[in-house]
Ligand binder design. Structure first.
Ligand SMILES: Nc1ncnc2c1ncn2[C@@H]1O[C@H](COP(=O)(O)OP(=O)(O)OP(=O)(O)O)[C@@H](O)[C@H]1O
Length: 372
């Protein structure tokens, strides 16, 4: 039995000493393990686990240029901070950049981008911003005016994925990292099972994806719990940290105003309920997702390039071009779900699929998807 634990058993109350260092008073119960620990040990294990995820999975090579997808929200802000700290501390030898996509959502993204601009100065990382308006000629405000709230996340997700790739190409980076955390991944495993989407299920637990595409994407927070990411900015008070000594990290915490997210919301709540009963549930769901084996007879989409813009696509036109074409022709529903006719990939989809498989043209996908 550990020293701190022994004392607490005698006293019959919570441990009087941190159960990691056995020296300091515990100030929090660690959400991932329910251990009572001190502040210093919390951020030490928090950062060390991320370092281990990076090292054990060989996420980076020395000399690489890496863009951090920076939305100004808590996950990517903590990621930018921790990654620049680890890069210095462990001499990863990375050139880090912040890459932000401005979707054109008034009262949401404009405010969160102000946060990223402050982060640029606080962390000393160069920032590149790309907007939907410049890339596609449409803002999300315009799109929502035309199509309403129902399917807007599909447009936003498809456009963002491509916008991040284009930003990464502009910055000439070798990799893109995002702030997707363990909760996001567990939620996506569950959603892919509920939708029977075997292609996405097979890749959504990978810590690195898109190695066959324009730019590999990594998720250093694959094993990091959302609850700990929320606590972390307040726990950072280590004099060895170059920034944030007794300071909160600066991030924007408002939810997207256009994201109704009902289905994903249920999955999220379900996982939170499981986590309350058993914190390991999140890691177990990720493990289950990893252990699924895809039958060799399952037809997977074949990668090619979009005939219109040259972006990676399993069909004649990529998803962004189909959606954009619909918007420009005043037929925004054309590329979504079961809409028929008119579209390059949409009308007679089975004929258009290069691989000859029955891959859906586009399905309504909510924000927060790992496949954005
Ligand atoms: N507009 C954006 N510009 C750049 N990167 C983005 C943008 N939106 C999302 N990302 C990246 O995708 C990750 C997951 O996005 P999601 O929309 O699920 O937000 P989230 O879980 O609230 O994350 P965050 O707290 O960082 O906003 C983010 O952590 C970030 O790395």
């Amino acid at each position: 039995m550990e020293r701190g634990e022994a004392k607490s058993k005698k006293a019959g109350g919570p441990p009087r000493l941190c159960c990691i260092c056995n020296e300091k008073r515990p100030v929090l119960k660690r959400p991932k393990t329910l251990q009572q620990i001190c502040r210093e040990c919390f951020y030490e294990v928090f950062e060390e686990e991320i370092h281990q995820a990076i090292v054990n999975n060989g996420l980076f090579k020395s000399g690489e240029r890496v863009a951090i997808g920076a939305s100004g929200g808590k996950d990517s802000t903590v990621l930018a901070y921790v990654l620049s700290e680890l890069n210095r501390r462990h001499s990863y030898g990375l050139d880090l950049f912040l890459l932000s996509i401005d979707e054109g959502i008034t009262g949401y993204r404009d405010d969160s981008l102000e946060t990223v601009k402050r982060n640029e100065l606080q962390y000393g990382l160069p920032l590149q911003i790309l907007s939907y308006k410049d890339l596609y000629g449409w803002t999300m405000d315009d799109i929502v005016k035309m199509i309403g709230l129902k399917n807007n996340c599909t447009f936003c997700g498809v456009f963002r994925r491509q916008a991040l790739d284009r930003g990464a190409a502009l910055l000439k980076v070798d990799k893109l990292v995002t702030g997707h955390n363990a909760d996001d991944i567990a939620e996506t495993v569950l959603l892919n099972i509920l939708r029977g989407d075997i292609a996405r299920l097979s890749r959504c637990t990978s810590i690195t994806t898109g190695e066959d595409g324009p730019i590999p994407r990594c998720k250093p927070f694959k094993y990091t719990y959302e609850k700990e990411i929320v606590i972390y900015p307040f726990a950072v008070s280590n004099p060895h940290h170059t920034y944030a000594y007794f300071k909160k990290l600066d991030y924007f915490s408002t939810e997207c105003i256009y994201s109704p997210n009902a289905y994903r919301g249920f999955a999220r709540e379900f996982i939170k309920d499981l986590e309350r009963l058993r914190p390991r549930a999140i890691l177990d769901i990720i493990k289950s997702g990893e252990d699924f084996r895809i039958a060799t007879t399952t037809k997977m989409p074949e990668q090619g390039t979009c005939e219109r813009c040259g972006y990676i696509s399993s069909q004649k036109w990529c998803k962004a071009c189909v959606l954009l074409d619909g918007l420009n022709r005043g037929l925004p529903k054309m590329g979504i779900g079961r809409a028929r006719g008119g579209g390059v990939n949409g009308g007679d989809h089975k004929k258009e699929t290069k691989a000859g498989s029955t891959v859906k043209t586009l399905e309504t996908k909510q924000c927060g998807s790992l496949d954005f």
